[in-house]
Design a protein around this ligand. Structure first.
Ligand code: UDP
Ligand code: MG
Length: 318
């Protein structure tokens, strides 16, 4: 039996790029079907992440004219990770394997052939890894590199240079459905599930049209989610820092006693102010880091739904 593949694509305000890339995804699906790698009933599943432009109209028009296209629409913009999860959960009962990919054409579609080959050879997860980051700005490249290094330092098992272009079997998705957290960082969570996994390499291109939906603010927020979702080491670092500062302050106390005994205790205003400022800063940063975790606990305990599906293109067919 050939596996049923669902290509899952989150889209947020992508009216400019979708008409260009949707035919590419469908072409790839047809190619994989005709070369006998996947089943005829494979589909492309678009997730409209609460777009305010005509993205949903484009998706539902495509679904009307082509039964290989399915669309779901979220009730509001829930963010890339939630939208992707919505698509994967929607697909998991209907297919044997999913491939998630961004809708902007940056990721090389030909890597899907290699992914399917790896799946057929027994891998349950296949990570798409960027062989080069030539198309990214210098800032994005260096900040991403520093982030991966930092994650490694924190002891987190992330796949270097892998974003969300990934093959995941429905077997893995079924296990993944018991991960109920709302603080999502999918690329770091899938390695936790285990199963046989491998990577395929591809070159990343420029966005074919439209603008990036990941401005600096969102990138930082995703990075923070990644760290707090996968590691509590920053809190340990604070404790270690506390010990170092406490040790240093012993030296300071000794020094001030000696100065006092020598009768020169009026001096030292500058050192006093600098120590105060330094400690104030360290304390605020530390509280901030701990607060980041407390905030995440708050959100986790509320356990609000990660996304709400408002409409499906299939509803129109009924
Ligand atoms: N995206 C989404 N919801 C959001 C932001 C982005 O579904 O709130 C989608 C977007 O349409 C695209 C993918 O996530 O398919 C990646 O976004 P983008 O290409 O803008 O990010 P970049 O490649 O610049 O990091
Ligand atoms: Mg992109």
């Amino acid at each position: 039996m050939k596996p049923i593949l669902y290509i899952v694509i989150p889209c947020y305000n992508e009216e400019q790029v979708l008409p260009i890339t949707a035919p590419l995804f469908l072409g790839k699906l047809d190619e994989l079907i005709s070369c006998g790698k996947i089943a005829y009933s494979s589909r492309v599943l678009f997730v409209n992440d609460g777009s305010s432009d005509s993205t949903w109209e484009i998706i539902s028009d495509m679904a009307k004219s082509n039964k290989q296209v399915i669309g779901i629409s979220l009730s509001r913009n829930s963010g890339h990770q939630n939208a992707l999860l919505a698509g994967l959960e929607e697909a998991s009962d209907r297919c044997d394997v999913t491939i998630s990919i961004d809708c902007d054409g940056q990721d090389d579609l030909d890597a899907m052939n290699k992914m399917i080959d790896e799946y057929l050879a027994g891998s349950e997860i296949v990570y798409g890894v960027r062989a080069s980051r030539k198309s990214d700005s210098v800032f994005k490249r260096t900040s991403a590199h520093a982030f991966y290094k930092f994650m490694k330092f924190l002891g987190v098992d992330t796949v270097y240079n892998h974003a969300d272009y990934r093959l995941v079997s429905s077997k893995v998705l079924k296990e993944f459905s018991s991960y109920k957290e709302v603080n999502l960082y999918l690329r770091g969570m899938f390695p936790l599930v285990g199963f046989k996994s491998t990577a395929v390499y591809y070159d990343r291109n420029e966005r074919l049209a439209g603008k990036s939906k990941y401005p600096l603010r969102r990138m930082i927020s995703l990075a923070l989610d990644g760290i707090t979702s996968l590691s509590t080491k920053p809190i340990r670092i604070i404790t270690a820092l506390g010990f170092i500062v406490a040790l240093l302050s012993c030296v300071g106390v000794l020094w001030s006693v000696i100065i006092a005994l020598l009768g020169k205790s009026v001096a030292g205003w500058a050192s006093l102010v600098s120590v105060l400022c330094l400690l104030g800063g360290v304390q605020l940063i530390s509280i901030g880091i701990i607060g980041e975790y407390v905030g995440k606990i708050y959100l986790e305990t509320k356990a609000r739904p990660r996304y709400i599906i408002e409409k499906r293109t299939e509803d129109d067919e009924k």
